[in-house]
Ligand binder design. Structure first.
Ligand code: ATP
Length: 305
């Protein structure tokens, strides 16, 4: 059973702060690291895998600092996001190289077993240049697993995968989680994380924004204020009716859009009240659209919460 602890870790590149004073514990089972693009997920994963040193704070595995610690590297497998693979090698040569790098006693047998685990035996002797995106991902996975690490870190592993490949990888990760390994994967898609992770850590703009199970994170996201753009047959009358209702916390008349911008605090009540109030005042609703549904706006709400 392995525990990764991130203790007040920061990492900056010149004057860009990629990770800002993050403290987190990652234990056995599957953890999803959720955050928008550029949030600092890769930087955090690179610090956990011993690929990057923190600029301040520390990252430990079972109490020992990971950076420049060979014993820790033997326990950790990293599936990086980038495709910096050697296209001229075959899949099996690529995995074998990693087995040799780890100084395994029987690197050939270990490479074959890892390729078998990811169902790449049949294509193992083809050059990586001929592989599909999903096959490349599986070979990276075999390479990360070849030394039987107790910790597996995957950076955006589902990017570019088709649904079948995605299911296959999810099954594989579930098996590893069930074996008691510490598995962490990053994603910017909530639905992906929700299908797989029992525990979610959210990171936004380099900071740790939320932590908990899927239901808690979902609740944080849906309970936040929602903004809507509403067009109706009588915007002024609708604004007057809505502002008197507890579901609404703010209204602006947007003249350039010819619409109302409404801030709803109670999503369910608002969804019931809006059509009721419109009917009551004989107002026709012409368009109702959420104006801040991007994942980025949800994330930034979480950070400011
Ligand atoms: N080597 C580097 N040099 C300079 N800036 C960097 C470097 N690595 C990361 N950054 C910056 O740090 C911030 C966090 O990047 P990071 O790649 O960790 O985010 P991410 O959440 O993994 O995003 P993505 O999913 O887009 O890769 C970004 O602003 C990025 O531009």
């Amino acid at each position: 059973m392995s525990l990764i602890q991130i203790k007040s870790a920061s990492r900056w590149f010149g004057n860009v702060v990629a990770v800002n004073d993050v403290s987190l514990d990652i234990g056995p089972g599957i953890t999803g690291l959720l955050g928008p693009n550029g949030a600092g997920k890769s930087t955090l994963i690179h610090m956990m895998s011993g690929f990057l040193a923190p600029s301040s704070g520390e990252v430990t595995l079972n109490g020992g600092v990971i950076w420049q610690n060979e014993a820790a590297y033997r326990e950790i497998g990293l599936v990086p996001e980038r495709e910096g693979m050697y296209d001229y090698l075959t899949g099996s040569e690529f995995v074998l190289a990693n087995a040799e790098l780890h100084g395994l006693a029987e690197p050939g047998a270990a490479a074959r077993a890892a390729l078998e685990t990811v169902e790449m035996t049949a294509a193992a002797d083809r050059r990586i240049a001929t592989y599909s995106k999903g096959m490349r991902q599986r070979v990276k996975m075999a390479s990360a697993l070849v030394h039987h690490p107790s910790v597996l870190l995957l950076d955006e592993p589902f990017n570019g995968m088709d649904p079948r490949q995605r299911m296959h990888l999810m099954d594989l990760l579930r098996k590893m989680g069930a074996q008691g390994r510490t598995v962490l994967f990053s994603s910017h898609i909530l639905e992906e994380v929700e299908q797989l992770a029992s525990h979610i850590e959210v990171i936004v703009a380099g900071r740790h924004a939320a932590s908990g199970d899927f239901r808690k994170i979902r609740r944080l996201m849906t309970d936040r204020p929602h903004q809507y753009l509403i067009r109706s047959s009588d915007d002024r009358a609708l604004a007057a009716a809505l502002i008197a209702d507890a579901s609404t916390s703010g209204i602006e008349i947007d003249r350039s859009e010819g619409a109302l911008r409404v801030q709803a605090v109670d999503f369910h009540r608002f969804a019931e009240q809006l059509p009721r109030l419109a009917r009551q005042h004989s107002i026709r609703l012409l368009a109702v659209s959420p104006s801040d549904e991007s994942l980025e706006s949800v994330f930034s709400y979480l950070v400011s919460a």
